[in-house]
Design a binder for this molecule. Structure first.
Ligand code: T3D
Length: 258
């Protein structure tokens, strides 16, 4: 049987590819738990500086695999979310490395949440997001209720969730659901080039930046100022800072890859 997640590493970039293309990478338990484990392994691997979540085939992820859910009325959704999607989303947001989501087709349901939760979101021209949950009379989960209103505001988020309308790559870029849109035929190479750029940046500083931003998103300005002061000490005491300052003084590019 084919692995549900493929893993490869090049130039400090670990690419984890969702691999159930015949189902548009619909998420069964195996896929969610394997992806979570692979992310944790990437987090612990010294050779990995950036993680890319990509997908095989014409879809990014069609959300929960509906062929594997129990009869309506017989599913413990709360337990399922706590055991599968929630640890996945938390793992991505707390991973001490940048996570890039590379969305090359439709991202629907929990697949939309997955697309949104990357630190950097790169879309192919033909990619799309659909908050499909209401089509099957469920509510958005896996973090969509947290991510989407912060990106597009309450009202657009509600409309997208209530009507399950497709968001095209053009709109996604305009409203801030992704950082870049690349042509379909060069997408994989463009994602790799972007991730390699990120891999050359100071890993410790990026780790602390991610930590500070995530804390700030759910806190007050006062708390953010205190957290910046705390984390800046950790950044400033790290060799990366000495290297950055030395490179500036010597008018040469900094080398953060040690
Ligand atoms: O804890 C919990 O369990 C709750 C968690 C919920 C999280 C969720 O994600 S709920 C939402 C679940 N997802 C959906 O409702 C999406 C269902 N799929 C669609 O609406 C459409 O397939 C898409 C909009 C994603 C794409 O449409 P299109 O026209 O490009 O493709 P298609 O022809 O519909 O799908 C292609 C194949 O993938 C097809 O199989 P076939 O007929 O060729 O054998 C289709 O059945 C399969 N597929 C698509 N989505 C799913 C799926 N199979 C299983 N589960 C899916 N979610």
């Amino acid at each position: 049987e084919q692995p549900v997640v493929l893993s490869s590493t090049r130039a400090g970039v670990r690419t984890l590819t969702l691999n159930r293309p015949e189902k548009l990478n619909a998420a069964n338990n195996d896929l969610i738990l394997t992806l979570t484990r692979e992310l944790q392994a990437a987090g612990a691997d010294q050779d990995v500086r950036v993680v890319v979540i990509a997908a095989a085939g014409r879809g990014f992820c069609a959300g929960q695999d509906l062929s594997e859910v129990a009869q309506p009325g017989q599913t413990d959704f709360t337990a399922h979310l706590h055991a599968t999607y929630n640890p996945l989303i938390r793992t991505i947001r707390t991973l001490e490395k940048p996570v890039v989501t590379a969305v090359q087709g439709v991202a629907a349901g929990a697949g939309a949440s997955l697309a949104l939760c990357g630190d950097v979101r790169l879309w192919a021209q033909s990619a799309a997001m659909v908050q499909v949950f209401s089509n099957i009379a469920l509510i958005p989960d896996s973090g969509s209720t947290w991510f989407l209103p912060r990106l597009v505001g309450y009202h657009r988020a509600f409309e997208l969730m209530a009507l399950a309308e497709k968001v095209t790559a053009e709109e996604a870029l305009r409203v801030g659901l992704c950082e870049h849109v690349y042509p379909d035929d060069t997408f994989a190479a463009d994602v790799q080039a972007y991730a390699e750029r990120l891999a050359k940046r100071p890993a410790n500083a990026l780790k602390l930046t991610k930590q500070a931003l995530n804390a700030a998103l759910s806190g007050t300005l006062d708390a953010a100022l205190d957290e910046e002061a705390r984390l800046q000490q950790l950044a400033g005491d790290h060799w990366e800072h000495a290297e950055g300052v030395a490179a500036f003084r010597e008018k040469r590019p900094a080398d953060f890859r040690r």
